[in-house]
Design a protein around this ligand. Structure first.
Ligand code: SAM
Length: 106
């Protein structure tokens, strides 16, 4: 993503970042590109509506104030299925996340 997009306090991805639409590596790549776009202290909220169950699953991730890590800070309805993927990125400095997944540094 181009640098001029800047940094965001909140990014919400609803009913899009899930295994029904994308395979694991694509989701990992998408997360790897979104995380560096968060401002320090910013939130990435990933949610999915399960219409059959009439339920929502969501996880709020927060980028640390120093910008170097991302943590789960809230969970609704069992959380998001992409949490394990975010955990895979967790060992990587945020600014390098896009490199880990093969994309350019935003
Ligand atoms: C359920 S809608 C969610 C729209 C919006 N995020 C919301 O919550 O209102 C899912 C969207 O993902 C798009 N989509 C699904 N698979 C996709 C793919 N492989 N590539 C690009 N878009 C896809 C669909 O076309 C649809 O617009």
């Amino acid at each position: 993503m181009p640098k001029e997009l800047g940094r965001f306090e909140v990014i919400r991805a609803a009913n899009i970042l899930n295994f029904a639409y994308f395979p694991r590596l694509t989701l990992l790549t998408m997360l790897g590109h979104l995380v560096p776009l968060l401002a320090p202290g910013g939130f990435l909220i990933v949610c999915r509506t399960d219409a059959a169950r009439g339920a929502n699953g969501a996880t709020a991730f927060q980028r640390s104030a120093d910008g170097y890590s991302v943590a789960v800070v809230a969970r609704l309805g069992g959380g998001s299925e992409v949490e394990p993927l975010m955990a895979e990125l967790a060992a990587t400095p945020v600014e390098d996340c896009a490199l880990v997944t093969g994309g350019p540094v935003p």
